[in-house]
Design a protein around this ligand. Sequence first.
Ligand code: DCC
Length: 192
Amino acid sequence: MKIGYMGVTSTFVVPDDLDALTRHPKASQPGEPINLHHTQCHGCGDDAPEGLHIKIFAGDGFTVRARMLVEPRMEGGPGQIHGGILATAFDEVMSHLPLLVGGHCVTAHLQVDFAAGIPVGSTLYFEGRLLGRQRRKLYTEVVAYLADPLVDAGAEAVASGRALFVKIDSARHYAETLANSKAAEQISRRRG
Ligand SMILES: CCCCCCCCCCCC(=O)SCCNC(=O)CCNC(=O)[C@H](O)C(C)(C)COP(=O)(O)OP(=O)(O)OC[C@H]1O[C@@H](n2cnc3c(N)ncnc32)[C@H](O)[C@@H]1OP(=O)(O)O
C-alpha cells in the first residue's frame, strides 16, 4: 500500500494563488451555534453517547470558536487527554469552517502539534480559522487553550492543528454508506 496521497506523503502548504472568500448568506452569525453535522456525529452530535459533544459557534469573519469538557473517558497518559481524542476534536472544529463559505467537506489531511499535557477535568477552548480556499480545497487551522482567550488575554495555547478539507457532493459521497447511519432518516429529511 502506498503511504500518503497519490504515493506522496502530504504536507500542509497553503498556496499563494488563493481564491477570494465570501461568507455564505446562510452562514451562522458570529456567536450563533453551527449545526453542520447531525445528532449522531462523534464530534458534535448531542445524541452520540460516546461522542465528544463539542459546542461550536461561528466567530467573526472566517473563524469559529468551540469548547469541550475533557472527561475521564478521554484519558490517555495518567490524568491527561489522549492525543488521538484531541486530534479528533481538532478535526471536528476545523470541519465547521468550510460551512462559513458554504458546502460540505471531508478531511483530506490533518496534522497536530501537542505543546503541553491537557488535564482531565479541564475545559478546552478552541479558536479555528479558515486560511484560504483554492478550488475545492480549504485550508484551516485551530489552536486549543486551557482558558477562554476571549476573556483571558493570557490564555495558554496548549496545542494547534492544521487541516486540508476537500469540498464534496454529500449526497453522492455518502450514497453507499448513508443507510449505515443511525441518523439516516434525519439526514434524508434535511436534504428534502
Ligand atoms: C448531511 C451530511 C453531513 C456531512 C457531515 C460531514 C462530517 C464531517 C466529519 C468531520 C470531518 C471528517 O472527519 S471526514 C472523514 C475523514 N475523511 C475522509 O473520509 C475522506 C476520504 N478521502 C476522500 O473521500 C477523497 O480522497 C477526497 C474527497 C478527499 C478527494 O477525492 P476526489 O473528490 O476524487 O478529489 P481529488 O481530485 O482527489 O482532490 C481534490 C483536490 O484536493 C487535493 N487533495 C486531495 N487529497 C489530498 C491530500 N491528502 N493532500 C493534499 N492534497 C490533496 C487534490 O490534489 C486536488 O487538488 P487540485 O487538483 O484541485 O489542486
